[in-house]
Design a protein around this ligand. Sequence first.
Ligand code: SF4
Length: 277
Amino acid sequence: MQDTTADRTVLRGDCDNCFGLCCVALPFARSADFALDKPAGKACPNLGGDHRCGIHARLRQQGFTGCTVYDCFGAGQKVSQVTFGGQDWRTAASGEHARRMFDVFPVVRQLHELLWYLTEALALPVARPLHADLRRALERTEELTLLPPDELTALDVPAHRQDVNVLLLKTSELARAGIRGRKKERRGADLMGARLKGADLRGANLRGACLIAADLTGADLRGADLIGADLRDTDLTDADLTGAFFLTQPQLNAARGSAGTRLPESVTRPGHWTAGV
Ligand code: SF4
């Protein structure tokens, strides 16, 4: 099997090779994140005929912050170019082609998110005892992404996610065991708006924690497990996330931070952190 996941860049959205799927397939509701309502399967009015966003450089100013947070983990180009062989939904002979494409996209997006986690787990040297199992899970997940459209839409993704999650939990335990000191257990904790400025959260388990608008300025999050943590509006200014794992780009994009925030290598500093918007 071709190893398409060794390079993590294939697990990031590549809009040049996508038919604007996230801007059509997904629904959004008028809110602080989106300036208008849009049902699933209907193209956003800002989407151009070239599948590019007409307001890309002004998304935040025009009330589309949600679009700057989102990433498809590379599912858009996979569905556009592989699953549907480069056949554009706009020029397809029947509307059925478009409908199937829009149904498949969220499924592949979930699988690609799992590929992201598995790839990250395989990059952790302390997870070496699990590498064989992780590699098998990664190959199986990659195989699933290559199924034909009808099989993808019938796939039991939650069951597969559960299998993968068992491995990710074991990976987390191994990774955090290597961090010195007492590790905080905050799995699923409601820490919305919590004042955690300068907190010692080294090796903490923050799986699924709600950290919306929490103050984590200057906090030490080295080696913390952040899988599924809700970081919307979390203030990470000058926090240290070196070695934090299972942190995705969409999570980070939703947070606030600064040039002084230290990040793991797997993610990039969101442009809005330093642009002041
Ligand atoms: S505003 Fe732009 S990025 Fe957001 S959904 Fe519409 S076209 Fe896509």
